[in-house]
Design a protein around this ligand. Sequence first.
Ligand code: NAD
Length: 255
Amino acid sequence: MERFIGKSVIVTGAGSGFGESIAKRFASEGANVVVADIHAANGEAVANAIEAQGGTGFFHHTDVSISDAVQSLVETTVERFGTLDVLVNNAGFSHLAGPVWELSEADFDRVFATNTKGVWLGVKFAVPVMREGGGGVIVNTGSIGAIAPRPGVTVYNSTKGAVMTMTRGLAVELARYNIRVNAVNPVAADTAFMRGALGTDELPDANREALIKGIPLRRLTEPKDVAAAVTFLCSEDAEFLTGVCLPVDGGRSIS
Ligand SMILES: NC(=O)c1ccc[n+]([C@@H]2O[C@H](COP(=O)([O-])OP(=O)(O)OC[C@H]3O[C@@H](n4cnc5c(N)ncnc54)[C@H](O)[C@@H]3O)[C@@H](O)[C@H]2O)c1
């Protein structure tokens, strides 16, 4: 399948986990991909892997919570690829899971700055370019925790609740410019993000088993699941879908 030949695509948080898989999937389907991440070594490795596979991509060092950085990301993309067709706002961070009253103010600010303000900044700088180009597609990475929250990550889940509301509001606001806006809501995955939230180097077996128990299809999310959902939402097959927050969760949200 080559659904994105010549399309210009930005994926934030593309240095690892879901974003890496999303970026590689777009590149494998013919897109020109910008790998944006705060982690330079990981981002460069993903861009190099894309080029080594015969794809087109480059790394742009970006902190999605900083306005100048996101502006530079969009400007550089247009300089290199001539336009911007797709923006995937995927970069995310979680504070350590724990009682809400123990969360530091600095972590509260960082998680909202990355997960929520980061999405808005992406939209702020991408939309004028997409409008000029006649349209575009935006996909935001939410979380099933936004609609079925569990204890310990309440503030993180709240950032994703805001992402869902923004996704639906933007869908209505931007439809007149031929810009579709959707989200994916994954359930737990064994990525650096999850290990960071738990404060461990590896996902402990007990946590893995407890997580899987709550998922009817009895496994965690794999990055490829998210890449498949995101690329579908950006494809022509989804031309009439906007404002959708698609669970990628093996049924967790209905169990
Ligand atoms: N892993 C899960 O269980 C899970 C479940 C639901 C949703 N999510 C969401 O999926 C997205 C991707 O997470 P992942 O699981 O692939 O984790 P990950 O840690 O593998 O990837 C997140 C990437 O975002 C980058 N990043 C963090 N802060 C950034 C910033 N300020 N600017 C630019 N890049 C930044 C990191 O360097 C990393 O490469 C996040 O938005 C996360 O909230 C994760």
